[in-house]
Design a protein around this ligand. Sequence first.
Ligand code: OAD
Length: 243
Amino acid sequence: MVKNHIQAAAEIIKESKYLIALTGAGISKESNVPTFRGEDGLWRNYNAMELATPAAFANNPSLVWEWYSWRQGLIAECEPNPAHNILVKWEEKGILKTLITQNVDGLHRRAGSQNVLEVHGNLWALKCVSCNYVGMSNAPALGIPPCPQCASHLRPDVVWFGESLDAGIIDQVYIELNKADACLVVGTSALVQPSASFPLIVKKRGGQLVEVNVEETSLTDVVDVHLLGMAGNVLPSLDSLLD
Ligand code: OAD
């Protein structure tokens, strides 16, 4: 592993034939979206962690919605930052094939990324707890939204503790991991499975890994290049080396 060798990272990206990216909360930090485990992280507040469970929703759906509505309000005020924008540019140039994100803030799509796999769902997505209804909301929830199909409760379509990821999305993720010859890992603590193991799958198949983070993570020892810094600075610098 080499540290802070931005030229080496640029070479990996330039030489790749099928680059994918895995992003986490750190890429949205400079857009003012809170991370989960950092200093002001959402999970620092133990009560918040307790809200992200199916049991919490069954016991007190209003309280859970109050918290999600607050988060929806927060992200409605946020804008994509230069790191999101560089990933859009690389997709448009054909350099980046797929973006796998653990983020539920929707900022990659808002920035303009098309080929996005949101493995933990999206804060604006809704699904019914009783029937097969799924939909999107465009404003923070006021109370518990009713299902337009069966009048039961709608819940946020995000993955909660104890739940499995959407099988269809995970299938697509594995197809991409098996095509990738390089993976850029940005702003994730790499502590949550299965996402933390995605880059390892690429590596095992002989692919190269570049990590961008303001700290070292459990992946740092196995990546080819680790770039220490804020995503909103590092990605534009990398981009300037590609032309
Ligand atoms: P974490 O909060 O665990 O980690 C955020 C990472 O971003 C840390 O490693 C930070 O060092 C890094 N970071 C912070 N600011 C940065 C910046 N400006 N540039 C680059 N890196 C920066 O967030 P995730 O790894 O995304 O799941 O967490 C994974 C999952 O855990 C989340 O999707 C969420 C949570 O439980 C669900 O809610 C299902």
